[in-house]
Design a protein. Sequence first.
Length: 263
Amino acid sequence: MDLGLRDKVAVVAASSQGLGRAIAHELAAEGSAVVMCARGEAKLRAAAEQVASATGARVLPVVADVSKPADVARLADAARAAFGRVDVLVTNSGGPAPGTFEATGPESWQAAFEVVLMSAVEMIRAFLPGMKERRSGRVLNITSITVKQPVENLLLSNSLRAAVTGMARTLANEVAPFGITVNNLLPGYTRTERLTELAEVAAARDGTAPADFYARLEREIPAHRLGEPRELAALAAFLASERAGYVTGQSIAVDGGWIRSVY
């Protein structure tokens, strides 16, 4: 299937590893030029070189912390200077620290607000005007299954990713007349560095081994396995494509059936 992504330009945040890297690779494999960004320069450059080598795509690594508006502005300037425009924006960030309500102080709330919600807001603010001018664009926000079914001990993720969902759903209606779609991808339990972190926290808290954490998750997932990053990336490529032009304002889970709700 030709997704119509050849010669498009995509910006993928937090793409030196995990889901962001998988999405950058998938878009590059479909023929898009990709701007990859992350905070760590060495890991980012290594990831960008691997994606470029594997796909033959044009890949630009930009070191940036998306929780800082100045870095987002610099990222946008670099993308436009290199490619002239951005057709696809994938907002993404590291997950906030796990914890319960009483264990989460004001500083943690503020940090999560900046890294989860405001990073998405500022990235969209930076790239949306160009999309509106061209009357075409795709905005994809990587959120979480927690927006539909809260997860124990993930207070900040449960709260702030839900805020991204509300923002995106409102924005989708505002920009639909300009040919721009806005959708959210909800990854379930997927083999990433973030899941390793959660497994280690749970093991330390419960006095168990990380393997026990993974085994419990697999029992809870109807598919009886963890997800692979490329499975979420495949959905991202479709939603970024011309063929998904009538899909907007949606929050779509890739979770092996973990979410139990009807909607």
